[in-house]
Write a new protein. Structure first.
Length: 327
């Protein structure tokens, strides 16, 4: 009898230990999302950049733009992959901050020029990152990497409907409705002069969004700059099953808060959404400003809305539940 009791006790102890270990593993299997904005603890007008960290350690920088203080920004750490939704200066980085908290949240100081290379390329060269893009953008970035003394082979293409596994994360592009011209300021030589004189940009194909599938099963849709598209339902929701969405809400140039809320509520229906590209001083002391576009979006959306406060890391499980860091 005593032997049976000891065996039962041992079995219960092992089961309890297994449950604790399983719980710990589940807690560890989160995707970390860290916004890199212009002002610490705020969501400001030029904020675009996000770092995604897979549970396996792969780190992906999305749309470095103007609020990453170049390749030596201490917030960056290792960057394995860089994604660029399109070639506009506020996403690829024609200029940048020197350090955080300069200027105001509504009008941050981005006085350091990154031309003609771009903030994206400068970071990729210093961090030895792979740039993954769609359309005709890979050839542009390959040339820039080569010009900077890097490896042009680290600029990779992923087309609509295809995918690449980079560092254990599956990456694909999806359509976005916007423009995607390369400003002559990123170019050199006679072509740059001709384009500037004509007042036009060089086309590198359509802009893109991205769908990322992380090793814990989390599927994330990065909208890029876009309007409402049928693919947001047919492709992003029905095919890929995105559960976490990062969507632009800035209006005029992209979806505004009302349009973006329609995309979330009626087309994709994710578990959670991160607001992006608000083009406003969306927060003050870390709180959403009443009457702002961000406040309007938050009011309209039925899913959990998370505001990307610069430097505050959010952690998501495979079902897009926020485990920590969300407001």
């Amino acid at each position: 009898m005593k032997t049976k009791k000891r065996q039962m006790a041992l079995g219960l102890a092992l089961a309890a230990g297994l449950a604790v270990a399983t719980s710990a593993q589940a807690d560890d299997a989160v995707v970390k999302v860290t916004p890199l904005g212009s002002h610490d603890g705020e969501f400001c007008s030029r904020d675009r950049a996000l770092i995604f960290e897979d549970p396996n350690g792969t780190r992906i920088l999305y749309d470095a733009g103007r609020t990453v203080a170049g390749p030596d920004d201490p917030r960056l750490g290792n960057i394995d992959v860089i994604l660029v939704s399109h070639m506009h200066g506020d996403h690829v980085g024609d200029q940048r901050i020197d350090k955080t908290n300069q200027g105001s949240c509504g009008n941050p100081e981005t006085s350091v020029s990154s031309l003609p290379q771009s903030n994206t390329v400068d970071i990729a060269l210093k961090k030895n990152s792979t740039i993954v893009t769609g359309s005709e953008m890979p050839a542009f970035f390959a040339a820039k990497l080569k010009e900077g003394g890097g490896d042009p082979g680290k600029s990779l293409l992923v087309r609509f409907g295809g995918s690449r596994d980079v560092g254990g994360v599956s990456i694909t592009t999806v359509p976005a409705v916007h423009s995607n011209g390369v400003s002559p300021s990123f170019l050199t030589g006679p072509l740059a002069d001709y384009l500037a004189a004509a007042g036009v940009s060089a086309s590198v194909g359509p802009p893109t969004g991205y769908v990322l599938t992380f090793s814990n099963g989390l599927v994330v849709y990065l909208s890029g700059d876009t309007g409402i598209t049928a693919e947001q339902k047919l492709v992003v929701k029905e095919h890929y099953g995105a559960q976490l969405v990062v969507i632009n809400i800035g209006d005029t140039f992209t979806t505004g808060p009302t349009e973006a809320a329609y995309v979330i509520n009626d087309l994709i229906s994710p578990a959670a959404v991160i607001a992006s590209h608000a083009n406003e001083a969306a927060t003050e002391n870390g709180k959403v400003v009443a009457g702002s576009r961000t406040a309007r979006f938050t009011e309209l959306v039925s899913a959990a809305v998370h505001v990307p406060l610069s430097g505050r890391t959010m952690a998501f499980n495979g079902a897009a539940g926020c485990i920590s860091g969300c407001n």
